[in-house]
Design a protein around this ligand. Structure first.
Ligand SMILES: [Zn+2]
Length: 239
């Protein structure tokens, strides 16, 4: 067998194996409606054997998280699929994050899939993930992937996430060096906490001199084809 053919075959074998492994939780999440999870409200799923109290708490938290976003940004329009499991063994089929994860898929009508884990069953984490869903809904998949830097996306979500450990940004680092996931989510847990704090502080400063609804106007302009770097770094909101 020619060496190049062997390399090509090996590449196909390993890349498809990696692809399948990577996508297993994505597929499980995307097709949650065919699982044994209970739909306690439209598009809100909880793992089997959950108690009535756990179901009601989840419904209340989701409603309170939506209210928090409305209070901070004026409106909330996203309708993500929300999946919650308080049982780590079950949650791991959908997400390796015990707090929360927002999964953005192409061809999904900009509908996010949110997986809440056993440590994320609280208002801050749920509001944070719903805010990711809101940004995604407003800009769509391609803009989200191409235009929106990770520091911006996380900084916006942190505006409705009031956890104390993200309040003080002490890191001497440029937020612009955290454009991609491999930069933002890299480092010790202390460093990653500081990345979130830095992004939060940056977006807070950015919003301070703007109208209250500036974020949504900004996202609409991105959705209409404006480039992120041109808009974000200009002094005033001139669309
Ligand atoms: Zn986030």
């Amino acid at each position: 067998m020619k060496k190049s053919l062997l390399i090509a075959l090996l590449f196909c074998l390993f890349s498809s194996a990696a692809f399948a492994a990577l996508k297993h939780d994505t597929i499980a999440t995307r097709f949650i409606q065919y699982s044994d999870f209970e739909e306690v409200q439209t598009d809100v799923y909880i793992s089997p054997h959950s108690t009535d109290k756990q179901k009601q708490d989840l419904i209340n938290l989701v409603e309170n998280a939506k209210s928090r976003i409305k209070k901070v940004f004026g409106s909330y329009t996203a309708s993500p699929v929300i999946i919650f499991s308080p049982v780590p063994r079950i949650r791991k089929k959908y997400s390796n994050n015990s707090y929360g994860k927002a999964l953005l898929l192409p061809f999904s009508d900009s509908k996010a899939y949110i997986v809440i884990g056993e440590n994320g069953n609280n208002l801050d984490v749920i509001a944070h993930e719903l805010m990711h869903a809101e940004v995604f809904k407003r800009v769509g998949y391609l803009n989200q992937m191409i235009e929106i830097p990770v520091w911006f996306n996380e900084g916006v979500a942190m505006q409705v996430d009031f956890r104390e450990q993200y309040e003080n940004s002490t890191m001497e680092k440029s937020f612009e060096s955290l454009e991609y996931g491999w930069q933002f989510f890299k480092g010790s847990s202390e460093e990653i906490t500081q990345h979130y704090s830095l992004a939060k502080a940056q977006i807070k400063r950015w919003r301070q001199n703007k109208e209250p609804d500036y974020l949504y106007d900004f996202l609409e302009a991105i959705n209409n084809g404006k480039r992120f770097n041109q808009l974000y770094f200009q002094p005033k909101n001139k669309f």
